[in-house]
Design a protein around this ligand. Structure first.
Ligand code: SRM
Ligand code: SF4
Length: 563
C-alpha cells in the first residue's frame, strides 16, 4: 500500500474507527474492507490468511482462508497465573496453534476468525488485558528486561515501563466502543490525541528497558532504549539510546538495521517527559512520504544525532546528563532456577520459538497445570521474556519440587537437557500466517537445529553457546542482525547467512553468503566452526572469533563516540 494512503487512512479514520464496525458485521466475507485492514492493526490485530491453504482455495475458487492474529498489550510481559489460565482458555476456544510468546513479551493468537474477534477481545478484557496499540504506527508494547535475580530493581523498572506505556497510549475510545460496545463518543471523531495528533506516528515505535548486565530486550534494537543504572540496589536513572531498529528490504541500500546511539543519562522522574519528547520529535520529523524510511533510525541518520538531541532537549525542557558506565554480559535468557532477593525462586523455561501448543509435547497442558498450582500464590507471575521464553516468577521454595515435576512431566524441562544453541535460538513466526514471509522460520527451526547441532558435535562444540536467529524475511522480527549466526529468508528454502554479531547485543552481524539453501549454509559454517574449535582463545565466543580473525567485519556499537 502506498505510504500516502496509510497516512490518509489514519487522518480520516475518526480516531481509528473507520468503517470497522460495518466491516466486522459483513457476513459475506471473512475479510475487512481495505482501509479497515490498516486500522485494525491499531486495535492489536492483523488480517491474515492461511498461506498453506492459499493455492488449494484458489483452485476451488474460494476466497483465501481469512483469519486474524491478535496480539496483547502486556508491558514487560507480566501476567498472573490467573491471567495465563484465561489466555490459555482463549487460545483453546478461539485460536489455532495455541499461544505464541513474542519477541516483545506479548501473547499472540493466530487463526481467529472474523465472527469471533469481538468475543476474543471481550475475553481478553475480562482477563484485565487489552490489545490497544499492540500494532500500528504508535508506541508498541513496552519491553522490559525479565531478569528474575533482581526482583526489587525489576519491580521499579517495570512500574516505570507500565506508566510510560499508559502515558503513550492512544486516547481514542475506539477500542472500547468497537469491542466492548461502549457508548459512542458523540460524533466519534473528536478524541484529542495529545501525544500523537490525528495522524499518529509516521511508523511503529518501540521502547525497551534493559537492566544490566542482562540485555535480553536487545536495547540497541529499540527506537528508544532505557538502560537502568543501578547503584546500591536502586535505580538512580537511565542511559538513553535512540534510533535502533532491525528492519530492512533485500536489495535496498536505503534501508538497513541500525544500533541505537547512547544520547545521555536521565533521572527516573524525568524519563517519561524525555520519552514524550523523543516520540513527538519523531512524530514531527519522521518521513511520512516514504514509509520504508519512516522509522526513527532514518530520522536520526537524515537529521544527525546532534540536531536530534537538541530538539529533544528543547521539547523536554532539560538537558541530558552525560551517559554513565554500564556493562552488558549477554542478551539471551538464563534458564533454570534462580533465587530472588526474598528467598523466593524463579524458573526460566525454554519455550521453542515461543509457541505454547500441545503438538509435539504437551506444553500448553503443562503450563495450565503449573498455573493452577500457582493460582493462589501471592505475587506469583508468568513473565514473558523478550526471547520468547517464560519465567515462572516468585514461586515459594516449598512449591519448587512440584513445579519441577510438572515441568518434567510435560516436556517443559528443556533447560535441563538442551544444548546452549537450542536454548538461545530465536525464530520469528513466518509461515503460514505472516503475509511478508519469504521463507520458513519458526517451523524450520527444529530441523535446522538438529543439523546445526550435528555440525557442532562434529567439531567438539556441542556445548558452545552460539546465538542462532532465523527470520523468514529481512524485516527482522527475531532480531536476526544481532545473531552470531543468522538466517534471513530470501525465498522458499533460501536464506542470507549473516555472521558475527556479539552475545551482548552491541554488534550487528554481516552478510556472509547470499541467497543460499540449507546445504550451502551448513557447508559455509563447517570450516568456520572447524577453525573456531582449533583456534579460539579461552572463553572466546563464535561471533567475537569471526571478527577478531577478520572473517567478518566489526560492526560494533562505538560507545565511546556517542556517550
Ligand atoms: Fe515484527 C511485521 C511478527 C517483533 C520488525 N511482525 C510483522 C508482522 C505483523 C507481519 C505484517 O506486517 O504483516 C508479523 C506477524 C507474523 C505473524 O503471523 O504473527 C510480525 N514481530 C512479529 C513477532 C510476533 C515475531 C516473533 O516471532 O515473536 C514479534 C511481535 C512483537 C510484539 O509483541 O509486538 C515481532 N518485529 C519484531 C521485532 C523485534 C522487536 O521489536 O524487538 C522487529 C525488529 C525491530 C524493529 O522493529 O526494527 C520487527 N515486524 C518488523 C517489521 C520491520 C519494520 C521496519 O522498520 O522495517 C515488520 C514489517 C513492517 O512493519 O512493515 C514487521
Ligand atoms: Fe514475518 Fe518477516 Fe517478521 Fe518473520 S521477520 S514474522 S517473516 S515479517
Amino acid at each position: 500500500m502506498a505510504s500516502h494512503s496509510v497516512e490518509d487512512i489514519k487522518r480520516t479514520s475518526r480516531g481509528l474507527r473507520g468503517t470497522l464496525r460495518a466491516s466486522l458485521a459483513d457476513p459475506v466475507t471473512g475479510a475487512l474492507a481495505e482501509a479497515d485492514q490498516t486500522l485494525i492493526k491499531y486495535h492489536g490485530s492483523y488480517q491474515q490468511d492461511d498461506r498453506d491453504l492459499r493455492e488449494e482455495r484458489r483452485r476451488q475458487k474460494l476466497e483465501p482462508a481469512y483469519q486474524f492474529m491478535v496480539r496483547t498489550r502486556t508491558p514487560g510481559g507480566v501476567l498472573t497465573p490467573a491471567q495465563w489460565l484465561r489466555l490459555d482458555g482463549i487460545a483453546t476456544a478461539y485460536a489455532e496453534r495455541g499461544l505464541r510468546i513474542t519477541t516483545r513479551q506479548a501473547i499472540q493468537f493466530h487463526g481467529v476468525v472474523k465472527r469471533e474477534l469481538k468475543t476474543t477481545m471481550q475475553a481478553l478484557h475480562a482477563a484485565l488485558l487489552d490489545t490497544i496499540a499492540a500494532c500500528g504506527d504508535v508506541v508498541r508494547n513496552v519491553a522490559v528486561g525479565a531478569n528474575p535475580h533482581l526482583s526489587g530493581v525489576h519491580a521499579e523498572v517495570h512500574a516505570l515501563a507500565a506508566a510510560l506505556s499508559a502515558h503513550l497510549l492512544p486516547r481514542t475510545r475506539a477500542w472500547y466502543e468497537l469491542w466492548l460496545d461502549e457508548a459512542l463518543v458523540a460524533g466519534g471523531e473528536d478524541t484529542p490525541e495529545p501525544v500523537y495528533g490525528q495522524a499518529y506516528l509516521p511508523r511503529k515505535f518501540k521502547i525497551g528497558f534493559a537492566i544490566p548486565p542482562v540485555n535480553d530486550v536487545d536495547v540497541f534494537a529499540q527506537d528508544l532504549g532505557f538502560i537502568a543504572i543501578v547503584e546500591a540496589g536502586r535505580v538512580v536513572g537511565y542511559d538513553v539510546a535512540v534510533g535502533g531498529g532491525m528492519g530492512a528490504t533485500h536489495g535496498d541500500p536505503e534501508t538497513f538495521p541500525r544500533l541505537g546511539d547512547v544520547l545521555g543519562f536521565v533521572a527516573p522522574e524525568r524519563a517519561i517527559a524525555l520519552a514524550e519528547a523523543v516520540v513527538t520529535t519523531q512524530r514531527d520529523w519522521g518521513n511520512r512520504a516514504v514509509r520504508k524510511r519512516a522509522r526513527l533510525k532514518y530520522t536520526i541518520e537524515d537529521r544527525g544525532l546532534a540536531a536530534f538531541r537538541a530538539e529533544v532537549e528543547r521539547r523536554a525542557g532539560f538537558a541530558l546528563e552525560p551517559a554513565r558506565p554500564f556493562a552488558f554480559a549477554h542478551n539471551g535468557d538464563r534458564f533454570g532456577w534462580a533465587e530472588g532477593e526474598d528467598g523466593r525462586v524463579h524458573l526460566t523455561l525454554r519455550i521453542p520459538a515461543g509457541r505454547v501448543w500441545d503438538r509435539e509435547q504437551p506444553h500448553q497442558t503443562g503450563l495450565r497445570e503449573i498455573a493452577r498450582a500457582l493460582l493462589d500464590v501471592d505475587g506469583a507471575q508468568f513473565r514473558l521474556t523478550p526471547n520468547q521464553n517464560l519465567v515462572l516468577a516468585n514461586v515459594p521454595a516449598a512449591l519448587r519440587t512440584r513445579v519441577d515435576m510438572l515441568a518434567a512431566a510435560h516436556g517443559l524441562d528443556l533447560h535441563a537437557r538442551a544444548t546452549p544453541a537450542r536454548l538461545d535460538a530465536l525464530a520469528c513466526v513466518a509461515l503460514p500466517t505472516c503475509g511478508l514471509a519469504m521463507a520458513e522460520a519458526e517451523r524450520h527451526l527444529p530441523a535446522f537445529l538438529d543439523r546445526f547441532e550435528a555440525l557442532l558435535e562434529r567439531h567438539g562444540l556441542r556445548q558452545a553457546p552460539i546465538h542462532l536467529r532465523i527470520s523468514g524475511c529481512p524485516n527482522g522480527c527475531s532480531r536476526p542482525y544481532l545473531g552470531e549466526v543468522a538466517l534471513v529468508g530470501k525465498a522458499p528454502g533460501r536464506y542470507n547467512l549473516m555472521l558475527g554479531a556479539d552475545h551482548r547485543g552491541q554488534r550487528l552481524n554481516t552478510l556472509y553468503r547470499e541467497n543460499v539453501d540449507e546445504a550451502a549454509i551448513l557447508a559455509a559454517l563447517d570450516p568456520l566452526l572447524a577453525r573456531y574449535a582449533a583456534e579460539c582463545s579461552e572463553g572466546e565466543r563464535f561471533g567475537d572469533f569471526l571478527v577478531r580473525t577478520g572473517i567478518v567485519a566489526d560492526r560494533s556499537l562505538r560507545l565511546e563516540l556517542v556517550a
